[in-house]
Design a protein around this ligand. Sequence first.
Ligand SMILES: C[S@@+](CC[C@H](N)C(=O)[O-])C[C@H]1O[C@@H](n2cnc3c(N)ncnc32)[C@H](O)[C@@H]1O
Ligand SMILES: [Zn+2]
Ligand SMILES: [Zn+2]
Ligand SMILES: [Zn+2]
Length: 256
Amino acid sequence: MKHLCIYFCVKCLACHAGLLYFHFLQYTPDHVIGPGTDIDPPEITFPGCTCLKVPCLPGTCSCLRHEENYNDDSCLREIGSAGKYAQPVFECNALCPCSDHCKNRVVQRGLQFHLQVFKTDKKGWGLRTKEFIPKGRFVCEYAGEVLGFPEVQRGIQLQTVYDSNYIIAIREHVCNGQVMETFIDPTQVGNIGRYLNHSCEPNLFMIPVRINSMVPKLALFAAKDIFPEEELSYDYSGRFLNLMDSEDGERLDKGK
Ligand SMILES: C[S@@+](CC[C@H](N)C(=O)[O-])C[C@H]1O[C@@H](n2cnc3c(N)ncnc32)[C@H](O)[C@@H]1O
Ligand SMILES: [Zn+2]
Ligand SMILES: [Zn+2]
Ligand SMILES: [Zn+2]
């Protein structure tokens, strides 16, 4: 089933009076087009590679522009070491002639681990794993409505201090100083990624991964080995990979 409607009956955190209200969520495993944008996330905009009889490898496969994205165990290669910006990740897509077993198809295979939404003590709902997840493996996406910037501003203005914020802004620095921005909002329509809480010592990190479309999948990978029952979290500031060394700290201080 692709779209599932779920509702929760939760205690009102705003007034602490024990009032109950219903929260409706339309479940989607993939981004969907939202208000204020004409970008259609499922549209195929990338050409495929031509690796019909040979495996997809850097040098010959047009989907692998820099180096391999994943190793033989489907773990993300070491990227974004201190001070370096992460290279973009392009997976093989619907137009590529390679098989479903191509090593460059990982995020598109979807969830591989048993995850569970649970009620935390102080952070509302959270997400945890029921099984061991090795470092580097893909865990889940952060999927929701793709918004235009005016809609983001409107949504944020409507929020009160008691509301959870689900809107995420991804800024990617492309060549010659250009910046690409993507806004994803799983408040009303989203996947389990919306239950991930923030941590300054997270066990996940987020990487934009492109498959068929220019709209990136916001893919969360294991930053370390994760054991059953551990809560899953990432750093909402995106600091994990991009801002680690002192030089980057200075850049942050100067507001860049
Ligand atoms: C993307 S949602 C995460 C899921 C949320 N806990 C829920 O119940 O739906 C983000 C919101 O969760 C809460 N949150 C996330 N990380 C937190 C943390 N480390 N401490 C307290 N609250 C947190 C905040 O209300 C935040 O606006
Ligand atoms: Zn290829
Ligand atoms: Zn390909
Ligand atoms: Zn391939």
